[in-house]
Ligand binder design. Sequence first.
Ligand code: DX5
Ligand code: ZN
Length: 224
Amino acid sequence: MATILNERLITPSILSADFGRLDGDIATVMDAGARLIHVDVMDGHFVPNITIGPPVVRAIAPQVHDRGGALDVHLMIEHPERYVEAFVAAGADAVTVHQEACVHLHRTLAQIREAGALAGVALNPATTLETLSEARFFMDMVLVMSVNPGFGGQRFIETSLDKLRRARAFLPDAVGIEVDGGVSAANAAELAAAGANLLVAGNSVYGAPDPAAAFRELSAAIAA
Ligand code: DX5
Ligand code: ZN
């Protein structure tokens, strides 16, 4: 069954928003047409940075859902299986865990679906697609990291383009492909052509002078 993770969308990342006015920054991109909002959760262990947890997801979820949107929660944390239910209860519609953080990936994917969310798996730049050769039939999305996770505003790793092409060939058609890191108006069309249907955009949206216009420009670049 196709879900929002199979659509072709720009997914604004609130990591680059102003945490002091998240409501307004989310309204800005949703008014411009955004339907999937990317939430970066970092624990200071799996990645060096620390960001937010379930209380912030709970605080923004009503606004996103009332506007017909969905929350795409990217867990850059160790032991993500300990927090799946808390994020889903807080309003996460999709939960993505890192392959590198999951000893029992198959079990964690089933746990996410049983909790009522769509299940994604993220791959660091140095992690091969083939690590998912068994698990690929049990997930709704693969997130291809095109920077090393931990910070917004990093430079796109060019070899990610070929990884996206290989991912599209390797994964079942029902599995969506998200690319995360260094997405801009300069590479968005190429990324979509390579097989990514969800393009996370942090700095290129919220770092722009006019985030709504930046969102619309990126969306136009990937329009089929
Ligand atoms: C990085 C995060 C990204 C980040 C992308 O670890 O996973 O979602 O927000 O930021 P940009 O688009 O600025 O590279
Ligand atoms: Zn992310």
